[in-house]
Ligand binder design. Structure first.
Ligand code: ADP
Length: 224
């Protein structure tokens, strides 16, 4: 059977990371988040991390060559043998072009899930977002608060606000999305990929996850 690939597409704050974590559990496939991988490189303090850090703090996109190489390496790892979820990639048309070729060479036909969320909701969500620096779990102070304020439910770490969730940076991230990422969707559709538009703001994360999974299963894929 061919490997499963789910591309989670949508603006920053549309819930890609949260949905990817649900999908990883339900489908038993790897979660590949270029944003998380870049943040790991920043935490490791290497040269690439240093370069990425400044770009990310300004709300702009990291050069294609860097993320392309990271993804090419990552999908070869053991946990991605059965399949993988791409969260935050591809984010530019050149990235999408490379991905289409890469998947074609592996005989993989991906499923694209477009999480649609209104910009006003996104701005409100990002300003209340918190993340666990240890396990990456995501919370919202309004809609998905941890049991103990500012503390991760899973490992007790103190939650942090990402640098790029500051209001002055959020605007730039949304502009980068409009300019560079929104055209990627048409590109993926024109590659012939199956695409679903899923409303990502009118229900709980769990209910949205069910919508996503139902659609994936309709495409002939079974949960783990
Ligand atoms: P969000 O989707 O909420 O913006 P991410 O964690 O996916 O959060 O990304 C954070 C930042 O990391 C982006 O603003 C960008 O600078 C960088 N980044 C992540 N993925 C990519 C990518 N595929 N190409 C270029 N830059 C990326």
């Amino acid at each position: 059977m061919s490997r499963l690939c789910v591309i989670l597409f949508g603006p920053p704050g549309s819930g890609k990371g949260t949905q990817a974590k649900f999908l990883r559990q339900s489908l038993g496939i790897a979660h590949i988040s270029t944003g998380d991988m870049l943040r790991e490189r920043i935490a490791a303090g290497d040269g690439l991390g240093l370069q990425a850090s400044q770009i990310m703090q300004s709300g702009n996109l990291v050069p294609d060559e860097i993320v392309n190489r990271m993804v090419e390496d990552r999908i070869e790892q053991a946990d991605a043998v059965k399949g993988f979820i791409l969260d935050g990639y591809p984010r530019t048309v050149p990235q999408a072009r490379l991905l289409v070729e890469l998947l074609k060479s592996k005989g993989i036909s991906p499923l694209v899930v477009h999480l649609k969320v209104d910009y006003n909701v996104i701005i409100a969500r990002l300003s209340g977002r918190r993340q666990c620096p240890t396990c990456g779990a995501l919370y919202s102070v309004t809609s998905n608060a941890p049991t103990v304020s500012e503390v991760c439910d899973y490992d007790g770490s103190k939650l942090v606000i990402r640098d790029d969730d500051r209001p002055e940076v959020v605007g730039e991230r949304l502009r980068a999305y409009e300019r560079q990422t929104a055209p990627v969707l048409e590109f993926l559709k024109s590659a012939g990929y199956q695409t679903a538009v899923i409303e990502g703001a009118d229900a709980s994360p769990q209910a949205i996850s069910k919508r996503v999974l139902d659609w994936i299963e309709k495409q002939g894929v079974n949960a783990a």
